[in-house]
Design a protein around this ligand. Structure first.
Ligand SMILES: O=C(O)C(=O)C[C@]1(C(=O)O)C=C[C@@H](O)C=C1
Length: 257
């Protein structure tokens, strides 16, 4: 996506193409995470003691990485929503002035805490075997960070989808926003045919990317459970994307901050 060119960003075809590309990243990240068992201690507060930090091992890595990434201005990009916005330093690179695409302040809508909760409680148990390998806690946690970041980027892309839909159906959506009609907004942004396509494509991707081409396709050769990947999208990724869309639209007419 070229965030310096607002017309390109607001084209729903381009937005959907970006969402489709993100599926690849998410499927590969889940494949990588599925190499390791669940590793429960990496998600527990104090499960691995880090002096001076009150949180889980994965939280700590995520925060430390975000600090570095903030310095190279990752979170100035309109499509990035950090998990630890209050802990981030100013960039060392000069700012880029992106033309405004989202209104009002783009980071107002964040569901990162919920993403973290469903990731730990639902996704990890659905793709990883039970157990813990102490010697791989660092490796598995780095995979967690990649998974969380790619899920967050995908789900918060709902803001661009919503803005694009707002511009296409300004009158209808403005009336729903003014009436604070959440259900009406959800109905307006829902496209069941597209959701079905997403899930069907995802199943194919998880099956195809999750198998060595030299091996026969069988459940025991699959690197990740394709049905679990589909369920992750069906139960969490799409519903939360829609929630981000609705939440974004409810604030769409607020005055800019
Ligand atoms: O493509 C869209 O129109 C979206 O809003 C994205 C998305 C999705 O999360 O994949 C969400 C809601 C729609 O019902 C269809 C698909």
């Amino acid at each position: 996506m070229d965030f310096l060119s607002p017309d390109t960003v607001m084209d729903i075809t381009n937005i959907r193409a970006a969402l489709i590309r993100m599926e690849d990243t998410i499927v590969f990240n889940l494949i990588e995470r599925a190499k390791f068992p669940r590793q429960p201690s990496s998600y527990e507060n104090g499960g691995i003691r880090i002096p001076g930090f009150d949180g889980s091992f994965v939280d700590w890595i995520l925060r430390e990485e975000e600090i570095v990434h903030a310095k190279v201005r990752r979170y100035q990009s309109p499509d990035e929503v950090p998990f630890f916005p209050d802990d981030l330093p100013e960039p060392i690179l000069p700012p880029i002035s992106y033309p405004p695409v989202l209104f009002p302040h783009p980071n107002k809508v964040s569901v990162n805490d919920r993403i973290k909760a469903f990731y730990v409680n639902d996704i990890v148990p659905s793709v990883c075997a039970d157990g813990e390998q102490k010697e791989n806690l660092g490796s598995s946690s780095l995979c967690d960070v990649e998974c969380l970041r790619s899920l967050s980027r995908r789900i918060h892309f709902g803001r661009f989808v919503a803005e694009s839909k707002f511009r296409m159906e300004r009158e209808e959506i403005t009336a729903l926003i003014k009436a604070k009609d959440r259900a009406g907004l959800e109905a307006a942004i829902t496209n069941s045919a597209v959701e079905k396509q997403v899930l069907a494509r995802l199943k194919k991707k998880a099956e195809t990317y999750g198998i060595d081409p030299n091996l026969l396709s069988s459940p025991s050769n699959q690197k990740v459970d394709a049905d679990a990947v589909v369920a992750i999208y069906e139960n969490w990724v799409i519903p939360l994307t829609k929630e981000v869309e609705v939440e974004y639209l409810l604030h769409r007419l607020d005055r800019e901050e």
